[in-house]
Design a protein around this ligand. Structure first.
Ligand SMILES: [Zn+2]
Length: 244
């Protein structure tokens, strides 16, 4: 009669090969449960904001509920161009703390923010071809080994299947923007960014620009100003937080 596994609840006429595959199926479910339990013991997951224990995700329901959605705005650029700007929320908790984690050891925080951006903003409905992160000056990058915008861009790429292209370079070290008036911010960023590739290949592309936070929008505007030189078809921008 060959070999058979006795699986409770299965009638005797189920063929042996079906029984065997069901056996493996049930075994996998049990193994997965064991692995999940072990993972919670060895590396338990906590809410990234309030640190309470949670089983999945990275923010608990309470912290997620604190995030107030924000509307998509249009940034006017030239007569011909404007860019739609997506964001999760205002610059507030619990996002603020996560955004301040800007070291190379904080990749996970950026990844989580990227996932949140995809789930909680309209960027997932945008029709773009390529993703361009706002660059850091190379000295800053060498110091931190990390560019939050680039990490978020890679998550957008993973979600959308569209490539990240480093089309912009920061050629000047700019003074920190905080505390400057709008006019001074614009002056500070004047020609801070350049196109690193102006090939015809990028003509008529739909470009999504990624930064972590938008304050007055001068950084994004300076970047868009360069991207317009490529004659894109459409421009989008996306940030984690847009300051209100
Ligand atoms: Zn929480």
């Amino acid at each position: 009669m060959g070999w058979a596994f006795k699986i409770p609840g299965l009638p005797h006429y189920v063929r042996n090969d079906v029984r065997v595959s069901l056996f493996f199926y049930e075994r996998d479910i049990i193994l997965n449960k064991i692995m999940a339990t072990l993972k919670n013991i060895i590396a338990p997951s906590f809410c990234s904001s309030c640190k309470i224990f949670i089983e999945t995700d990275f923010l608990c329901a309470t912290c997620l509920a604190l995030i107030t959605p924000i509307t998509t705005i249009k940034i006017p650029l030239t007569k011909k161009y404007q860019a739609s700007l997506f964001a999760i929320s205002d610059y507030q908790e619990p996002l603020r703390t996560l955004l301040l984690k800007k070291g190379h050891r904080n990749r996970l925080a950026s990844e989580q923010l990227g996932n949140l951006l995809w789930q909680h903003s309209d960027v997932r409905y945008a029709d773009f071809d390529i993703i361009v992160p706002v660059p850091l000056h190379w000295t800053k990058y060498a110091w931190r080994w990390f560019n939050q915008s680039e990490e978020i861009a890679h998550i957008m790429s993973k979600k959308s299947g569209k490539p990240v292209v480093h089309l912009l370079t920061r050629k000047r070290i700019t003074a920190t923007q905080a505390g400057l008036t709008r006019a001074k911010r614009l002056l500070n960023l004047q020609d801070a960014f350049v196109l690193s590739d102006n090939s015809q290949f990028y003509k008529y592309k739909k470009i999504l620009l990624i930064d972590d936070v938008m304050t007055t929008g001068t950084t994004l505007q300076s970047c868009f100003k360069q991207l317009i030189k490529l004659s894109p078809l459409n421009l989008y921008g996306s940030v984690i937080c847009r300051r209100l």
